[in-house]
Ligand binder design. Sequence first.
Ligand code: SF4
Length: 502
Amino acid sequence: MDRRDFLKLSAMAPVAGGLLLLPQGVGARGIPAAALGERPAGLCYQAPPAGAIAATLKDLFKIGPGPSSSHTVAPIRIAGNFRAAVAALPGDQLARAARIEVTLFGSLSATGKGHRTDRAILAGLLGQQPETCDTALMDALHDTTQVRTTQIGGKQFELSGATLVWDLGDHAFPYANTLIMRLLAGDGTSIFEREYYSTGGGFYTWKGEPPPERGQPVHRFGSMTQLQERATATGLPLHRIMLDNEMAIMGIGEPEVNDHLDLVIDTMDRGVTLGLTEEGPLPGPFVLYRKAKRINEQAAKADGGEAFMGELSSFALAVSEGNAAGRLAVTAPTLGSAGTMPAVLYTLNRRMQVPREALRQGLMAAGAVGLICKTNASVAGAEMGCQAEIGVASAMAAALLAQATGASPQVTENAATIALEHHLGMTCDPVGGFVLIPCIERNAFGAIKAYNAWLIAKNEIASQHWEDLDRVIAAMAEAGRAMPARLREMGTGGLGVTLVEC
Ligand code: SF4
């Protein structure tokens, strides 16, 4: 239904106390302006254009070492891409090469040491892959004075902290998280270089990158409205649409899709299990103690809501603490927000005994929400604040809960919408640039809000819900663009300032 049709329907809707009511049985797509009286001219929501999301669940749910997908997972992948590109250079160019230099800009530079970006780049240049990364090596790379060697294209290179240049000035690159990797000759001239952008959630691209060679999606959609229209037109559930697209774009079968989803489920589950056994301080420049185990033990002694909320929070804390310590986690949609979805997933899996197939379907619906948010706004704290990380994670977790428990597409969307709506405006202000405060506890709140969003969505009359996901995503994008840079993962605003003694 377009806006005009909706206004016509609204005009026919019942009136109570002078207020327009949403017609029964009609999906909510915007509150009629007529209900609100005088408004400034020109305030109009623009729906996303028709499009096709070509990113996949495999792109979204990546496994890699913490603490930050944009600052660790993407840099490892970027360094691996550069390594492969250098190895493919003609022999005469490689013969002139003397060293590799990496210059970091924006948030990567401002908070990269706290986020382990230096270690991630060195690990990637040493040939590590995110999903199989040796986390002990990542710990050892803390000593950036140590010189390590690697062979690329048959040529030996030395790598150390001196490989990195931290450019702390303003920049005009199109993405907040930019790094330039250069292969230099002995006289310092550039033989080969690429300008890379870490775009959030472990995604990256580079200047002039050709479009990837992939299949076309079976179902074309660029927003939740378009996805819902596709579901209505085909009679397919949301997860089936996602599955069809995943297979078509990646050129794989259902068993391979399930293998990846199972790896995601098992990694999330293991993150909770391990995190609940650990105690003591987390690595970082100030002493922050783990608390997941203690919160879990206290929840086990409590009753009712205190028991449930304590347990759900402890699951999120467990994964986030592991992520802060550099353990492998799943980008959902990022590693800073890696604890929110596992808390809900663990609850569905271990407490509610939801079958594996339903968990996969839930992940697919959550993936749809994450990909739509990334396409129409962002999932990077450096671009749009924490609303784009924990807010999107909470929306994904709410969709996971709804879909895995058999909710309709409308209820699933409403649950995601409610969760995201109540994170709007949340800034990214990590203390010292470390993914510790406020990040770890924020994951617990993301999980609690997801659960509450699901409760509201499944118990209200779905068609009476005014807000829709696309409009809330548009509000997130507007709030993100209005947010000052210091409140977008620079570590120089908000709690990053007020919690630090001068
Ligand atoms: S404050 Fe939020 S967005 Fe920023 S690093 Fe922490 S979890 Fe990520």
